[in-house]
Design a binder for this molecule. Structure first.
Ligand code: NAP
Ligand code: 8YV
Length: 320
């Protein structure tokens, strides 16, 4: 039997690629190569394999008349034109849930590192500076006030962990979660004014672009810390740089950036920052679980079965 053909639109994770290659013919980024060759290949492409940061614009979808699905290795899918996909009857799937614990764990690690200067302390000892005196004092973490921007799957997992640190928890988001037991604020600025740590964990895309802006950072204030594990687009990076430079906020921990993998030199030079390379779900166990789920979605839909984890927009609009 002929193998189905799929297009990997970016450098997809090796575990996902390996599983795909065992069953399908995979064309690696063929859409970026010669346009004539791609035009010949395009009608045979039935699936797109993508990562959480991949771009799938409507212009690409339009070139693929027989496309059935886009299977994203990641929970975020802000680079996919989902409305265009829905309009063409193309399913979009992602990998919710399997990475929730890892992202929440890293968020806690970032907050601890930020407040207790763990990254700086490591450099301090390695550089032989300990004999010359103690490090500056940190900020007590247990019992502090945490504000979560986006109390979804991951936001809730972070809240559960924060309770063990005796933190008080408040949140903002599109909708109030009356059952959560946490205090809701209708805007990010109102939330920021009431917390010590403001943690961002919404989806990216136009709906959340620069949700954390200069006004929100001013409300967070000189003793406040910002943590972003969502998408770089959710924070106005220039406003953040200005707030850090002026002492407008105390510090920040960032796993995501506006122009990944490029991080502005000014951020890399600042001492009151913890920077990680978009690695919140990057453990062996979770990457395998993500690859298994992304592959299972691809296999199911191409075999004519329902998708396991469609994005919410596709729960309603799907025609296959
Ligand atoms: P989720 O369960 O869908 O939660 C998203 C939350 O954000 C929901 O509470 C949602 O509110 C809220 N939200 C959505 N749009 C908003 C808006 N315009 N303004 C305010 N709040 C808004 O998703 P999740 O599984 O927790 O993942 C969240 C995001 O984390 C992903 O989309 C991705 O961008 C990011 N992420 C990053 C990494 C990393 O490696 N750094 C890893 C995984 C995920 P409602 O409840 O009202 O819908
Ligand atoms: C991944 C993520 O690193 O799931 C997401 O939305 O941002 C991360 O888990 C990324 O998607 C890998 O492609």
């Amino acid at each position: 039997m002929l193998k189905s053909e799929i297009l990997a639109v970016a450098k997809v994770h090796p575990l996902y690629l390996k599983a795909l290659k065992e069953v399908f013919v995979v064309h690696d980024c063929a859409h970026e190569a010669d346009a004539t060759c791609f035009a010949q290949l395009a009608p045979r492409i039935l699936g797109l394999a993508a990562g959480g940061e991949s771009l799938v614009p409507s212009a690409l979808l339009e070139q693929l008349p027989n496309l059935k699905l886009v299977s994203v290795f990641g929970v975020g899918y802000d680079g996919i034109d989902v409305q265009a996909a829905v309009g063409r009857g193309v399913m979009v799937t992602h990998t919710p849930g399997v990475l929730t614990d890892d992202v929440a764990d890293l968020a806690m690690g970032l907050m601890l590192s930020l407040s207790r200067n763990i990254a700086q302390a490591d450099h301090y000892v390695r550089a032989g500076r300990w004999p010359s005196g103690p490090m500056p004092l940190g900020r007590k973490f247990s019992g502090a006030r945490l504000g979560i921007v986006g109390l979804g799957r991951i936001g809730m997992a972070i809240a559960q962990r924060a309770l063990a640190f005796k933190m008080s928890i408040a949140y903002t988001g599109r909708s109030e979660k009356p059952g959560s037991g946490f205090v809701f604020y209708p805007s990010a600025a109102q939330l920021a004014a009431e917390v010590d740590f403001l943690l961002v964990i919404t989806p990216g895309g136009q709906g959340t672009r620069h949700l954390v802006n200069a006004g929100v950072l001013a409300a967070l204030g000189p003793a406040g810390y910002l943590i972003n594990v969502a998408r770089g687009s959710v924070v106005d990076e220039q406003a953040l740089i200005e707030a850090l430079q002026s002492g407008g906020i105390a510090g920040a921990a960032l796993d995501v950036f506006a122009d990944e993998p490029n991080v502005p030199q000014v951020l890399r030079d600042m001492p009151n920052l913890v920077l990680t390379p978009h690695m919140a779900s990057a453990t062996h166990q979770t990457r395998q679980a993500m690859a298994d789920l992304a592959f299972a979605n691809m296999q199911a839909v191409l075999a004519g079965r329902p998708a396991l984890t469609p994005v919410p927009e596709c729960l309603l609009g799907h025609r296959h």
